[in-house]
Design a binder for this molecule. Sequence first.
Ligand code: ADP
Length: 172
Amino acid sequence: MRKRIAVYPGSFDPIHHGHLDLVARCRPIFDEVVVAVLGNDEKQPMFSVAERVTMIEEQVGELGFCRVESFSGLLVDYLDRLGATTIIRGLRAVSDFEYEFQMALMNRHLNPRVETVFMMPRQDYSYLSSRLVKEVFRLGGNIEGLVPPPVIAAMAERLAADRVAGGESAGR
Ligand code: ADP
């Protein structure tokens, strides 16, 4: 029987427990989950794509059914290359719906074999986003329990490096 491969695409800048909750929920449904880090993102990321891939691998590497890759270009073309037909996306609140609805229908237009499956995280993670986690952390807020400890450590390091670089350029 053909392997049921799900592709979970996103920026994952950085990965947090909402993302990991969704990966765990895929286990009974799919044979393999590929966490796919978007390479052609235009936003100013905190971590490079390679750094994000490494951080996610540290979190999911031992699960056995999950691997991490980066991709650029059209998501549906990437799915074709993997022999996958399912996209996983998370739905946190109604506010996610409009954009996700457009994306799902556009991807279906581009490749009618592709289905998007929406999953909801555990309620405690439904307010979590990478953007918010970064914002709170930059302001000194506690993000323990929302983001894995090695990711928090990497964020602290990045923030310290950015502050040194910012201080240097401000002093020039
Ligand atoms: P993107 O830039 O594609 O939104 P993200 O890294 O923010 O990338 O999110 C990747 C995927 O994970 C998206 O499908 C998003 O809906 C989902 N996601 C983000 N935060 C959560 C969360 N707290 N719980 C469940 N899914 C989430």
